[in-house]
Design a protein around this ligand. Structure first.
Ligand code: CA
Length: 72
């Protein structure tokens, strides 16, 4: 299980901290979302069995979708 959260300082970014399978999380990976991302959820949005992420963006009035491209 990875750890995903929005970072208010950057506004348009969200961060993910990959699980390293030893009880710790790796350094954050930044992903750009829409302007004013306020919430994030994980779900398999394209039906490939891997969880994807979506954010609701307050200022750009849209939704950002990041499909999981991980090979694991
Ligand atoms: Ca997926």
């Amino acid at each position: 299980m990875d750890f995903v959260y929005l970072h208010a300082e950057y506004g348009k970014a969200r961060r993910s901290r990959p699980n390293q399978a030893d009880g710790t999380f790796a350094d954050p990976i930044f992903y750009v979302a829409g302007d004013g991302a306020r919430s994030v959820t994980a779900a398999d949005l394209d039906g490939d069995g891997r969880p994807d992420l979506a954010t609701a963006n307050h200022f750009s009035l849209d939704v950002s979708v990041l499909l999981n491209a991980c090979l694991l």
